[in-house]
Design a protein around this ligand. Structure first.
Ligand SMILES: C[S@@+](CC[C@H](N)C(=O)[O-])C[C@H]1O[C@@H](n2cnc3c(N)ncnc32)[C@H](O)[C@@H]1O
Length: 180
Protein backbone atom coordinates (compact mmCIF):
# COMPACT_ATOMS: atom_id res chain seq x y z
CA UNK A 1 0.00 0.00 0.00
CA UNK A 2 1.36 3.39 -1.00
CA UNK A 3 1.20 6.02 1.70
CA UNK A 4 3.10 9.19 2.53
CA UNK A 5 6.41 7.46 2.37
CA UNK A 6 9.89 8.95 2.63
CA UNK A 7 11.47 6.31 0.34
CA UNK A 8 8.90 6.90 -2.39
CA UNK A 9 9.25 10.67 -1.99
CA UNK A 10 12.98 10.19 -2.51
CA UNK A 11 12.36 8.05 -5.60
CA UNK A 12 10.09 10.78 -7.03
CA UNK A 13 12.22 13.72 -5.84
CA UNK A 14 11.93 15.31 -9.32
CA UNK A 15 8.21 15.83 -8.50
CA UNK A 16 8.78 17.13 -4.96
CA UNK A 17 6.72 20.23 -5.80
CA UNK A 18 3.48 18.16 -6.11
CA UNK A 19 2.22 18.91 -2.54
CA UNK A 20 2.07 22.66 -3.31
CA UNK A 21 -0.80 22.01 -5.70
CA UNK A 22 -3.08 19.81 -3.59
CA UNK A 23 -6.55 21.38 -3.51
CA UNK A 24 -9.28 21.04 -0.87
CA UNK A 25 -10.60 17.93 -2.68
CA UNK A 26 -7.19 16.21 -2.54
CA UNK A 27 -7.91 14.72 -5.99
CA UNK A 28 -5.27 14.47 -8.72
CA UNK A 29 -6.46 13.67 -12.24
CA UNK A 30 -3.74 12.46 -14.58
CA UNK A 31 -4.04 11.89 -18.32
CA UNK A 32 -1.65 9.19 -19.53
CA UNK A 33 -1.07 6.55 -16.83
CA UNK A 34 1.76 4.75 -18.66
CA UNK A 35 3.53 2.56 -16.06
CA UNK A 36 1.94 4.39 -13.11
CA UNK A 37 4.88 6.48 -11.89
CA UNK A 38 2.68 9.61 -11.76
CA UNK A 39 0.02 7.76 -9.77
CA UNK A 40 2.63 6.52 -7.27
CA UNK A 41 4.17 10.00 -6.96
CA UNK A 42 0.76 11.62 -6.38
CA UNK A 43 -0.01 9.25 -3.50
CA UNK A 44 3.50 9.48 -2.04
CA UNK A 45 3.25 13.28 -1.94
CA UNK A 46 -0.12 13.39 -0.19
CA UNK A 47 -2.96 13.39 -2.71
CA UNK A 48 -5.96 11.60 -1.19
CA UNK A 49 -6.97 10.07 -4.50
CA UNK A 50 -5.45 9.75 -7.98
CA UNK A 51 -7.66 9.23 -11.04
CA UNK A 52 -5.70 8.32 -14.16
CA UNK A 53 -6.69 7.68 -17.80
CA UNK A 54 -4.75 5.52 -20.26
CA UNK A 55 -5.62 4.66 -23.88
CA UNK A 56 -3.17 1.75 -24.22
CA UNK A 57 -4.74 -1.46 -22.91
CA UNK A 58 -1.41 -3.07 -21.98
CA UNK A 59 -0.37 -0.12 -19.79
CA UNK A 60 -3.86 0.08 -18.27
CA UNK A 61 -3.89 -3.64 -17.39
CA UNK A 62 -0.39 -3.52 -15.88
CA UNK A 63 -1.27 -0.44 -13.82
CA UNK A 64 -4.42 -2.16 -12.56
CA UNK A 65 -2.23 -4.96 -11.18
CA UNK A 66 0.33 -2.54 -9.77
CA UNK A 67 -2.31 -0.54 -7.84
CA UNK A 68 -4.61 -3.45 -6.97
CA UNK A 69 -4.71 -2.55 -3.25
CA UNK A 70 -5.08 1.19 -3.77
CA UNK A 71 -7.94 0.63 -6.23
CA UNK A 72 -9.59 -1.64 -3.68
CA UNK A 73 -9.61 1.06 -1.01
CA UNK A 74 -10.63 3.87 -3.37
CA UNK A 75 -7.31 5.77 -3.41
CA UNK A 76 -6.74 5.06 -7.12
CA UNK A 77 -9.18 4.96 -10.00
CA UNK A 78 -7.93 3.87 -13.43
CA UNK A 79 -9.78 4.29 -16.71
CA UNK A 80 -9.11 2.75 -20.12
CA UNK A 81 -9.84 5.01 -23.09
CA UNK A 82 -9.20 8.34 -24.79
CA UNK A 83 -8.77 11.13 -22.24
CA UNK A 84 -10.72 13.66 -24.33
CA UNK A 85 -13.74 11.33 -24.39
CA UNK A 86 -13.53 10.02 -20.82
CA UNK A 87 -12.79 13.27 -18.96
CA UNK A 88 -16.32 14.72 -19.40
CA UNK A 89 -17.81 11.52 -17.96
CA UNK A 90 -15.37 11.37 -15.03
CA UNK A 91 -15.77 15.09 -14.30
CA UNK A 92 -19.57 14.86 -14.28
CA UNK A 93 -19.20 12.78 -11.10
CA UNK A 94 -17.01 15.43 -9.42
CA UNK A 95 -19.43 18.36 -9.53
CA UNK A 96 -18.35 21.43 -7.57
CA UNK A 97 -14.91 20.09 -6.65
CA UNK A 98 -11.66 21.96 -7.21
CA UNK A 99 -9.22 19.50 -8.77
CA UNK A 100 -5.56 19.23 -9.70
CA UNK A 101 -4.81 17.99 -13.22
CA UNK A 102 -1.58 16.51 -14.53
CA UNK A 103 -1.87 16.71 -18.32
CA UNK A 104 0.55 14.13 -19.70
CA UNK A 105 -1.21 12.00 -22.38
CA UNK A 106 0.67 11.88 -25.62
CA UNK A 107 2.12 9.44 -28.06
CA UNK A 108 5.71 10.28 -28.95
CA UNK A 109 5.88 12.36 -32.10
CA UNK A 110 2.28 11.70 -33.01
CA UNK A 111 -0.26 13.68 -31.09
CA UNK A 112 -1.30 15.22 -27.83
CA UNK A 113 -5.01 15.35 -26.90
CA UNK A 114 -4.42 18.47 -24.75
CA UNK A 115 -6.91 20.73 -26.53
CA UNK A 116 -9.74 18.15 -26.18
CA UNK A 117 -8.72 17.63 -22.54
CA UNK A 118 -8.86 21.37 -21.79
CA UNK A 119 -12.26 21.56 -23.52
CA UNK A 120 -13.51 18.80 -21.21
CA UNK A 121 -12.16 20.68 -18.15
CA UNK A 122 -13.87 23.84 -19.45
CA UNK A 123 -17.20 21.97 -19.27
CA UNK A 124 -16.82 21.32 -15.51
CA UNK A 125 -18.74 23.37 -12.96
CA UNK A 126 -15.59 24.64 -11.14
CA UNK A 127 -13.47 27.24 -12.90
CA UNK A 128 -10.51 27.36 -10.52
CA UNK A 129 -8.74 24.06 -11.09
CA UNK A 130 -4.97 23.78 -10.91
CA UNK A 131 -3.70 22.53 -14.26
CA UNK A 132 -0.16 21.15 -14.56
CA UNK A 133 1.03 20.62 -18.14
CA UNK A 134 3.98 18.29 -18.53
CA UNK A 135 6.50 18.62 -21.38
CA UNK A 136 5.89 22.36 -21.78
CA UNK A 137 8.82 22.64 -24.23
CA UNK A 138 7.10 20.25 -26.66
CA UNK A 139 4.36 22.87 -27.12
CA UNK A 140 6.94 25.65 -27.49
CA UNK A 141 8.64 23.56 -30.23
CA UNK A 142 5.24 22.57 -31.71
CA UNK A 143 6.35 18.93 -31.44
CA UNK A 144 2.68 17.83 -31.48
CA UNK A 145 1.76 20.51 -34.03
CA UNK A 146 0.05 22.37 -31.17
CA UNK A 147 1.63 25.64 -30.09
CA UNK A 148 1.98 26.93 -26.54
CA UNK A 149 -0.07 29.93 -27.68
CA UNK A 150 -3.02 27.62 -28.52
CA UNK A 151 -2.67 25.99 -25.10
CA UNK A 152 -2.61 29.32 -23.26
CA UNK A 153 -5.56 30.67 -25.27
CA UNK A 154 -7.55 27.57 -24.34
CA UNK A 155 -6.61 28.01 -20.65
CA UNK A 156 -7.82 31.62 -20.79
CA UNK A 157 -11.14 30.35 -22.20
CA UNK A 158 -11.43 28.32 -18.98
CA UNK A 159 -10.59 31.30 -16.80
CA UNK A 160 -9.02 34.58 -17.90
CA UNK A 161 -7.49 34.99 -14.41
CA UNK A 162 -5.08 32.07 -14.81
CA UNK A 163 -1.47 32.87 -13.87
CA UNK A 164 1.41 30.69 -15.00
CA UNK A 165 4.40 29.21 -13.21
CA UNK A 166 6.91 26.43 -13.87
CA UNK A 167 8.28 23.45 -12.01
CA UNK A 168 11.38 21.42 -12.64
CA UNK A 169 11.45 17.74 -13.59
CA UNK A 170 14.29 15.47 -14.66
CA UNK A 171 14.03 17.28 -18.04
CA UNK A 172 14.51 20.76 -16.56
CA UNK A 173 11.92 23.48 -15.95
CA UNK A 174 9.34 21.69 -18.05
CA UNK A 175 6.01 21.57 -16.20
CA UNK A 176 3.79 24.61 -16.72
CA UNK A 177 1.36 25.27 -13.86
CA UNK A 178 -1.84 27.23 -14.48
CA UNK A 179 -3.32 28.46 -11.22
CA UNK A 180 -6.01 30.94 -10.16
C1 LIG B 1 4.37 10.31 -21.09
S1 LIG B 1 3.36 8.92 -20.82
C2 LIG B 1 2.61 9.28 -19.26
C3 LIG B 1 3.57 9.21 -18.10
C4 LIG B 1 2.91 9.28 -16.73
N1 LIG B 1 1.93 10.34 -16.66
C5 LIG B 1 3.95 9.53 -15.65
O1 LIG B 1 3.96 10.60 -15.04
O2 LIG B 1 4.78 8.63 -15.42
C6 LIG B 1 2.03 9.20 -21.91
C7 LIG B 1 0.93 8.14 -21.87
O3 LIG B 1 -0.24 8.69 -22.47
C8 LIG B 1 -0.93 7.65 -23.12
N2 LIG B 1 -1.88 8.28 -24.06
C9 LIG B 1 -1.61 8.79 -25.29
N3 LIG B 1 -2.72 9.34 -25.82
C10 LIG B 1 -3.71 9.18 -24.90
C11 LIG B 1 -5.09 9.55 -24.84
N4 LIG B 1 -5.67 10.20 -25.85
N5 LIG B 1 -5.78 9.23 -23.74
C12 LIG B 1 -5.21 8.58 -22.69
N6 LIG B 1 -3.91 8.21 -22.69
C13 LIG B 1 -3.18 8.50 -23.76
C14 LIG B 1 0.19 6.82 -23.74
O4 LIG B 1 -0.24 5.52 -24.05
C15 LIG B 1 1.26 6.87 -22.66
O5 LIG B 1 1.17 5.75 -21.80
Amino acid sequence: MIELNKDLQKKHHHRKWLPKYITESGILIETGTHTGEGVEAGLAFGYKKVISIESNEKFYTEAKMRFYEEIGCGKVELHLGESGKLLPIILSGLHGKRLTFFIDAHIGGARSPILEELDAIKGHSSKDHIIMIDDYSDYVNKYYRISIRQVIEKLYELNSDYKFGFEETSKGLNVMIAIV
